[in-house]
Ligand binder design. Structure first.
Ligand SMILES: Nc1nc2c(c(=O)[nH]1)N[C@H]1C(S)=C(S)[C@@H](COP(=O)(O)OP(=O)(O)OC[C@H]3O[C@@H](n4cnc5c(=O)[nH]c(N)nc54)[C@H](O)[C@@H]3O)O[C@H]1N2
Ligand SMILES: Nc1nc2c(c(=O)[nH]1)N[C@H]1C(S)=C(S)[C@@H](COP(=O)(O)OP(=O)(O)OC[C@H]3O[C@@H](n4cnc5c(=O)[nH]c(N)nc54)[C@H](O)[C@@H]3O)O[C@H]1N2
Ligand code: SF4
Ligand SMILES: [Mo]
Length: 704
């Protein structure tokens, strides 16, 4: 009889783009193989709990389709025909083509493109060092955080808030516009602890009765893009009924009298007309948060993916200032802890080489950039060479019709460094195989908590995979880019970055695996004042001066309301396009990641759309039928799911499926727009108007 394999458990961090950034314990079977992945109970935010898709990570890391050696295209663009190549041949070809493109059009014709496949600071952000050294085009990141961060900072002045573990000490937890059960399961751990131990109420605000709302005591189901109206109507009631904390307002906020006066005309009936939530439910919610001072507002990203998203985030964060919830343990508003880490990224990103005159191209407008839109190109040269790490734009970027047309260009040279042959990689001229997080060393911060964590290399990568850092350094050498960071190991970079940021050494972090850097209570609750020069929370933000990660106002920012309001700039339904579509996250996928793993695919079944049964009846649509959603940007086929938990006129399509999973090859982002949301850009992925095509399309078995 064979002895069972000896298990060792190694500590790591989940690298995925998820606010939970869980501490992990990984079962290691041998130098190449892992078993189950567990949440580390020693890290108090993870508290031993992780999502199912990462618990079964063995399916992804040991997937038979992983890329294990470089590939060079032999077929037409996008058809996925490649031959095997050596690293030397592939890197030589890339360098030669990048240098030729630069000679023909100048360095800005090369566009390094990336996002958050891994959130490790070394592997994610090292690409900046290469682009600064070469003066390649920059990228203005707009997929995810712009409206949310800008809207939150508008009030507080700082991207930070009360310790997320305090959710467990709240008497009411308001989970607003985040489907935490799908997207950041640990929020539920702490919220449910508050309910169990303190009888706390859990309120969920969303546009459908999603997995999180199913666990709520109070469900607030609103129309997409109307959260500002809900927040205003709630604050109206608080002022009207004497539930506003005037001592707090006078001491800590900029213009409470103006706000109270402004809200006089924005009561529950006004709120009902805009949000669709009955006035009595708005009143009850207002009373709950007004009488429960220890209310923790956990504000998510989802409700900000609207053209008025920044205004809505700011409005929601204002409620805690009106009730004075910020003062108490378990009270206040939290979105993300980005500001507490104060990283010195100069080594990782090569800041000493930065040239501020180099153009920044909008990540979400990649379709427009690649199809030669002069405005998107900022009047500069065409992009003729792309270098992609950590992102799958042919699936995740809006305006997919343009994106694919751009990637199909014969005069575009595309390099994709990937773990799988994604739909983006299938368009590449050169594909390079990438390591996964357990196969390289990296450093992580928690967005939804307060830990710095180390993810060391614990298994060998398959085949010839190389890490992002290795590829960046190898390219730098061939492209004549010089910086001392290109000659350092990831461990050396981690050590120096930790110490220059004031967080000790690699050795110390290695021993502990993570470090809790929660700021003191007074600072986290802004008891010493908010992070503006006068220390006051801003009800009246200066939208042009909100410190945002990227400079320069965008979108129709001049039209933004001065005080919290319903700002009617969303892609409203019309007679021609009578439905509002949100493209909410699927539980078993993470953006387009995990769409390759068998269990996730099986659990999600098919690309589908949730539709209210009365709307379905009006169109003669039966459960399980294929329907075509259309707008001015294109058309997408999905399976209808009849669902009572969505308002009439609203459609929900969960998940970013591969385009090829849709019968005619058009994915959900065919329908989303890439116009820049005010005031600092961003993509409105849940703010889409569509119609249901009158003719039900015929879908043959082979197409599915
Ligand atoms: N399983 C899974 N986990 C994920 C991801 C995933 O795709 N799948 N994505 C990861 C990434 S990159 C991120 S940024 C985070 C994001 O995580 P979240 O903060 O949860 O944001 P979203 O996933 O965009 O959407 C959350 C919810 O917002 C709702 N919503 C849409 N429009 C509105 C609105 O106008 N008002 C309100 N109140 N709600 C609205 C959606 O229906 C959805 O239920 O999750 C991460 N985790
Ligand atoms: N319709 C719709 N579209 C959306 C959204 C939505 O809610 N609805 N959400 C948007 C949001 S919030 C975001 S953040 C974006 C996400 O967009 P992306 O950042 O592009 O996210 P993923 O689709 O997860 O793709 C990440 C890719 O990186 C690869 N990868 C992972 N680790 C590494 C590594 O170490 N090295 C290299 N070279 N590659 C690696 C993975 O294999 C994967 O293919 O999508 C956006 N698109
Ligand atoms: S919940 Fe998020 S951070 Fe935690 S394991 Fe899952 S994907 Fe990773
Ligand atoms: Mo995201």
């Amino acid at each position: 009889m064979n002895a069972p394999p000896r298990l060792s458990r190694r500590r790591s961090v989940c690298p995925h783009d998820c606010p939970s950034t869980c501490s992990l314990e990984v079962e290691v079977l041998d130098a190449h193989t892992i078993g189950r992945v567990h949440g580390d109970p020693r890290q108090s935010y993870t508290a031993g709990v992780i999502c199912a898709k990462v618990a079964r990570y063995a399916e992804r890391i040991h997937h038979p389709d992983r890329l294990t050696h470089p590939l060079i295209r032999t077929g037409a663009k996008g058809d996925g025909a490649f031959r095997r190549a050596t690293w030397d041949e592939a890197l030589e070809l890339v360098a030669q083509r990048f240098l030729a493109a630069e000679a023909a059009h100048g360095p800005q014709t090369v566009w390094p493109y990336y996002y958050a496949g891994t959130m490790g600071l070394v592997m994610r952000d090292g690409i900046h060092r290469l682009r600064h050294a070469k003066r390649y085009s920059g990228m203005f990141s707009t997929f995810c955080t712009n409206m949310a961060w800008t809207g939150f900072i508008a009030g507080t002045g700082r991207l930070a808030g009360p310790d997320p573990r305090e959710m467990a000490k709240a008497d009411c937890v308001v989970i607003w516009g985040t489907n935490a059960v799908h997207t950041q399961v640990n929020v539920m751990t702490h919220a449910i602890r508050a309910r169990k131990e303190r009888g706390a109420k859990i309120v969920v605000v969303d546009v459908y009765d999603n997995a999180t709302m199913k666990q709520a005591d109070v469900k607030l189901l609103l129309r997409p893009g109307t959260d500002g109206a809900l927040a205003c109507a709630v604050m109206h009631v608080l002022f009207r009924d004497g539930l506003a904390d005037w001592d707090y307002l006078r001491r800590y906020t900029d213009c409470p009298d103006d706000l109270a006066a402004h809200l006089e005309t924005r009561g529950p009936a006004w709120g009902e007309a805009i949000t669709g939530i009955p006035a009595a439910e708005i009143e009850a919610f207002a009373r709950l948060v007004g009488e429960t001072k220890r209310t923790y507002f956990r504000l998510g990203y989802g409700f900000t993916r609207q053209r008025n998203g920044a205004v809505n985030m700011h409005a929601a964060s204002c409620i805690a200032a009106v009730t004075g919830a910020w003062q108490l343990e378990g009270g206040g508003a939290f979105h993300n802890n980005g500001a507490i880490y104060h990283w010195d990224k100069s080594l990782i990103e090569g800041h000493d080489l930065r040239d501020p005159s180099v153009r920044m191209l909008d990540q979400s407008q990649i379709g427009r950039v690649l199809t030669g839109d002069a405005q998107a190109l900022r009047g500069g040269p065409p992009v003729t060479a792309l270098f992609i790490q950590n992102s799958n734009p042919v699936s995740v970027a809006p305006e997919q019709t343009l994106v694919e047309r751009g990637f199909a260009r014969e005069d575009l040279f595309t390099v994709v460094h990937e773990q799988f042959l994604t739909e983006t990689a299938a368009y590449a001229d050169v594909v390079l195989p990438a390591t996964m997080f357990l196969e390289h060393d990296d450093l992580y911060q928690g967005g939804g908590h307060q830990h710095i964590q180390l993810g060391p290399k614990i298994v060998e990568a398959p085949g010839e995979c190389r890490s992002n850092h290795e590829v960046i350094c190898a390219l730098a050498e061939r492209l004549g880019a010089a910086h001392r960071g290109f000659a350092m190991s990831p461990r050396e970079i981690i050590d120096e970055t930790l110490s220059s940021s004031g967080w000790g050494s690699l050795e110390a972090l290695e021993e502990a695996a993570f470090r809790d850097v929660q700021p003191p209570f007074e600072a986290a609750h802004y008891l010493d004042g908010f992070a503006w020069p006068d220390g006051k929370f801003r009800f009246r933000p200066d939208w042009t001066r909100v410190p945002a990660p990227n400079a320069g106002a965008m979108g129709p920012w001049q039209l933004m309301p001065a005080l919290p309001d319903h700002w009617a700039v969303t892609e409203e339904a019309t007679e021609e396009y009578p439905f509002r579509l949100a493209t909410s996250p699927a539980r078993n996928f993470l953006n387009s990641t995990f769409t390759e793993t068998p269990t996730s695919k099986a659990k999600e079944e098919r690309p589908s759309v949730m539709i209210h049964p009365a709307d379905a009846a009006a169109y003669g649509i039966a459960e399980g039928a294929w329907v075509a959603l259309e707008n001015a940007r294109g058309r997408v086929l999905v399976v209808a799911r009849l669902f009572e938990g969505v308002r009439r006129g609203v459609l929900i399509a969960e998940g970013i499926w591969p385009n090829a999973a849709h019968p005619d090859g058009r994915g959900i982002n065919t329908l989303s727009g890439a116009d820049q949301v005010a005031p600092y850009g961003g993509a409105a992925f849940h703010d889409i108007r569509v119609r249901i095509a009158p003719k039900v399309p015929k879908v043959s078995k082979e197409q599915v």
